[in-house]
Design a protein around this ligand. Structure first.
Ligand code: NAP
Ligand code: G4F
Length: 338
């Protein structure tokens, strides 16, 4: 049997990945944190009985060691041990508020995990996936971005993830382990955190159309992102670990939309057309003459990534990976209208 250990199993990607790997017959284990008010496992509640969950934290090396001891005691006869490191303080804006914590979890946390993995698992049985990100490209130096595009990170989050990216490459080279980076562009789903822009827009427009919200407040309407569906991207993670050699792979749709366009698409789902008036922080979205969307500077970032568009040709050719869910269909699914 093969073991899969997922950090960040309670997150958006962790939940889809768990379902995918259970179907493939893996023993799926995961790291979870204690929450004071809720279990924090709502995304994986339906499959909870099929999972082996362990309390721990990416900031706690000894705890991580204990978790591996427990997994190995339960599954002594495994063929391959796949580790998917998805745990992160994953919100770019929040990383400006808590830069040290973000670095501790996203950068040093990856180093801690790799160190424990190397000590506990025989090298030839290790397959390590790192959740790297298109945020590494930051203020982009090439369009579209591929595995060969230079990095230019613009946030504490991206810089922490850059440390993790290079740590993975270095462990591969220095210790000869199978460790790969998936450089994933934005992907979302109904399971996404509420404060990421696609989810915020879908839910916000839904509330406006149901009369439960007057105005949707957003930050930079000009920012453009390459947006796919999380379900396709977790399959890509798995494919990256089944490849014949460790490597870096971009996963992206190749299409890019602005925040303004996402708002338009969301209203179009209700058959409504909004118009725009004003510029910059004074820009407003109008529906039948009424303001339904406006800019609030509190959502501006100290440093912004204006546009991201990925070139996933390598993943398509070498992994046979592709994705073709439209942004409109994703918005519909978030709204429960598909
Ligand atoms: P997410 O929904 O925010 O999930 C993050 C997960 O990490 C949650 O399970 C969270 O646990 C866990 N976590 C946070 N801090 C932790 C800590 N100190 N110790 C242990 N676990 C911790 O993120 P996602 O969208 O699924 O993304 C998965 C990974 O891919 C992240 O590393 C993210 O940075 C990266 N990524 C995401 C995208 C995207 O567009 N979604 C694109 C590129 C890369 P709680 O549930 O307890 O909070
Ligand atoms: O939805 P976002 O917060 O996602 P962002 O910053 O692109 O980060 C996500 O994708 C990364 C991959 O590229 C992941 F690594 C990361 O973990 C995360 O999943 O913001 C998208 C864009 C930004 O340019 C932001 O300035 O939307 C702009 N935006 C405009 N108004 C807003 C808002 N973002 C948020 N969250 N909230 C707003 O009101």
């Amino acid at each position: 049997m093969n073991i899969a250990f997922i950090t960040g199993i309670s997150g958006q990607d962790g939940s889809y990945l768990s379902e995918f790997l259970l179907e493939k017959g893996y023993a799926v284990c995961g790291l979870v944190r204690r929450h004071s008010t809720i279990f924090g496992t709502y995304r994986i509640d339906k499959i909870l009985k099929d999972l082996d969950l362990f309390y721990g934290d990416m900031t706690d090396s000894l705890g991580l060691c204990d978790v591996f001891d427990k997994i190995l005691a339960k599954y002594p006869n495994y063929q391959r041990f796949e580790i998917y490191n998805l745990a992160a303080q994953s919100h770019v804006m929040v990383s400006f508020e808590v830069p040290e914590y973000t670095a501790d979890v996203d950068a040093i946390g990856t180093l801690r995990l790799l160190d424990v993995v190397l000590k506990k698992i025989p090298k030839e049985k290790i397959r390590f996936y790192q959740a790297s990100t298109s945020e590494l490209y930051g203020e982009v130096l090439e369009e579209p971005q591929s595995e060969t595009t230079p990095f230019n990170p613009q946030s504490p989050y991206a810089i922490a993830k850059l440390y993790a990216f290079w740590t993975v490459k270095q462990y591969r080279k220095a210790y000869g382990i199978f460790a790969s980076n998936g450089i994933l562009f934005n992907h979302t789903s109904p399971r996404r955190g509420e404060t990421f822009v696609c989810h915020k827009i879908a839910r916000g427009v839904q509330r406006i159309m149901e009369g439960r919200l007057d105005v949707l407040e957003l930050g930079n309407l000009d920012a453009q992102r390459d947006l796919g569906h999380a379900r396709d991207y977790v399959e890509g993670m798995w494919r990256i670990l089944q490849h014949h050699q460790p490597d870096e792979f971009v996963l992206a749709t190749g299409k890019m939309y602005s925040v303004r366009q996402l708002v338009e698409f969301a209203f179009e789902i209700y058959g409504k057309h909004i118009t725009w008036d004003g510029e910059g922080k004074h820009e407003k979205g109008l529906l039948d003459g009424r303001i339904v969307c406006q800019v609030n500077e509190r959502y501006y970032r100290p440093a912004e990534v204006e546009k991201l568009q990925g070139d996933a040709s390598k993943a398509k050719t070498e992994l046979g990976w592709s994705t073709n869910v439209s942004v409109q269909d994703i918005l519909k699914e978030i709204m429960g209208k598909n």
